[in-house]
Write a protein that binds this ligand. Sequence first.
Ligand code: ZN
Length: 373
Amino acid sequence: MTESSPKLPWHPIPSSGGSTCKVHLMQAGGLYIPTDMTFLPGPDTPNDSVNPAGATNSSKKSFYGPDYVFLIEHTASGNKYIFDLGMRKDLENLPPLIVENVLPQFKCEPKSPANILQEHGSPEQKPEKIKAVIFSHVHFDHVGDGAQAGFGKAEMWVGPTCCTYARPGYPVDPKAPTLSETLPVDGSRRIFESYISDDVLNEAGDKRSGQVMEGMVKGKYAAIDLRKPEWIGLGAFDRAYDVFNDGSAYLIDAPGHSSGHQMMLLRVTSGSPTDTFVLLAGDGFHHPDILKEPRLTARPPYSKSGMHADAEVAIDTIYRTREFAEKKNMWVLAAHDFSVGEGIQPGAKEIEGLVEINGWFEKGWKKPFPSNL
Ligand SMILES: [Zn+2]
């Protein structure tokens, strides 16, 4: 299985001197994901969507993916953050492109994280206490209502090049996949986008070089604060930064799925026998089998369509993510990976309320990886 795997670096995770974050998982509903858009029957092996005889039947198959979001408390400061917001309840108010082309393929069951926090959170966990909403990316099943209900005063943090995709949004661009109102241009929200310089991107042979400058020329960066962190190698990833400057949390550049896609590594325990971590992996992959074998990722020409904007880059990102999953002290949590919930609460389709996940290691919530099956 690993024969074709790329040789990847492992940049040791810097020690934190004891700093950690407290992390709660919330299930903001879920959605049924078309199987043929997600995986292949074998590595680089065509599925039925490219076979005219099988396409009709196969197009109806789907599997349930939860929509996980995470409440993050930086233990030292008490500041709170939320990573992703799931889907808005009024799906009909999404841009027409999504309503007409995406919703018919994905049966969606939204649940508002603001409501979950209101109902189940402590006074300190109420939505208005959230300092920033961090988006893995701005697809409709992660951006919620654009952090309006409950999170209206929170900062919004997006990943590198996000605004080249998210702006101008609908209705300014009638065919846009995002809403203009999500990232207002009038300065009414504090919005931060992490920035990687073109020099760094050029050196890495990364085709995103020049995109932000081009976006600026087109006016896509109005009222955006570009955050220019000190990027470091982290684990198998080439670029991440220390969010709180104490080693408790890192935001990771994890390209391929959608412009601005980022992951977050959180140190949840510190000390003996080892520090433990969770990697919030967003939409790096959509099914646990793909993390074990990234070349099962559905993409043309092996399938009619796929889940990733740039499938080859996305597969590279999955290989890097897999390196974390192979470490005993790290648990990878992708937004739609049903194996996460099976570990926490076997047999439950939907996990209620807030589940603190700092104790995952002792509780044995991570499934053995790779699976022997
Ligand atoms: Zn998603």
